[in-house]
Design a protein. Structure first.
Length: 117
């Protein structure tokens, strides 16, 4: 059974940086992604990558500011966020799926990121 546990969220000023971590327990799947959900809005895609490496994809709103990566030895997926903006405020979720084109079906509990102006 796949378990995902996020951490690293917090309160940061605009222009600052945060690194989110997603620790993976159980079997590793092929695709990992970060999503976010702002208050009153639907969950949206932020970034994704292949566990084997490569295949990075980013939402236009975060390109050039966020970087997704993973450490196989630590079984951890990261989201490095820089030049944060107030509109990046949301609960950030780590997700995993085994096949491209199917919905992410494994989720963590989320970690709150708040960016003050």
């Amino acid at each position: 059974q796949v378990q995902l546990v996020e951490s690293g969220g917090g309160l940061v000023q605009a222009g600052g940086s945060l690194r989110l971590s997603c620790i993976v327990s159980g079997p590793t799947l092929n695709y990992y992604g970060w999503f976010r959900q702002a208050s009153g809005k639907e969950r949206e895609f932020v970034a994704s990558m292949l566990w084997s490496g490569g295949g990075e994809s980013y939402a236009d709103s975060v390109k050039g500011r966020f970087t997704i990566s993973r450490d196989k030895a630590k079984k951890t997926v990261y989201l490095q966020m820089s030049s944060l903006k107030p509109e990046d405020t949301a609960v950030y979720y780590c997700g995993a799926r085994d096949f491209f084109g199917v919905a992410y079906n494994n989720w963590g509990q989320g970690t709150q990121v708040t960016v003050s102006s």
